[in-house]
Design a protein around this ligand. Structure first.
Ligand code: THU
Length: 130
């Protein structure tokens, strides 16, 4: 599907998506600074607001395994236009991957790239907490 192994990993993660309510399957793959790849998928809840996006699943998994900085993230969906991360995911990406490249891809291999900085200008973070 893609020559980029991170995109291929995100496509595998998408196969694990639990989305019985929206039927919108999302896979993410995070590349840590040490090269470790962490997968995430969206996990929906019958209490809809408890749903976790694929990107945040991957970040929380990685941080809980001792990884603190990430250099790239790939997100795969079955949409004509590759799907950008939601606002909540942009916030967590900013906090753990401020310099990361965000690689958005669909199943046809179309790829769009952004940086986290481009996706969340003037971000709030720990600096403001004093
Ligand atoms: N979703 C993600 O996994 N990532 C995003 O950045 C956007 C939305 C999921 C959440 C929900 O399970 C489904 O897509 C529809 O919103």
């Amino acid at each position: 599907m893609s020559a980029d192994p991170l995109v291929a990993a995100a496509a595998i993660a998408r196969d694990h998506a639990f989305a019985p309510f929206s039927h919108f399957l999302v896979g993410a793959a995070l590349e840590a600074e040490n090269g470790t790849i962490v997968l995430g998928c969206n996990v929906e809840s019958a209490s809809y607001g408890l749903t976790t996006c694929a990107e945040r699943t991957a970040i929380v998994k990685g941080v809980s395994e001792g990884l603190r900085r990430f250099k790239r993230v790939a997100v795969v969906t079955d949409t004509e236009v590759p799907t950008p991360p939601c606002g909540a995911c942009r916030q967590l990406l900013w906090e753990f991957a401020p310099d990361a490249v965000v690689v958005l891809a669909n199943l046809q291999g179309k790829v769009v790239r952004y940086t986290v900085r481009e996706l969340l200008p003037a971000a709030f973070d720990a600096r403001y907490l004093g």
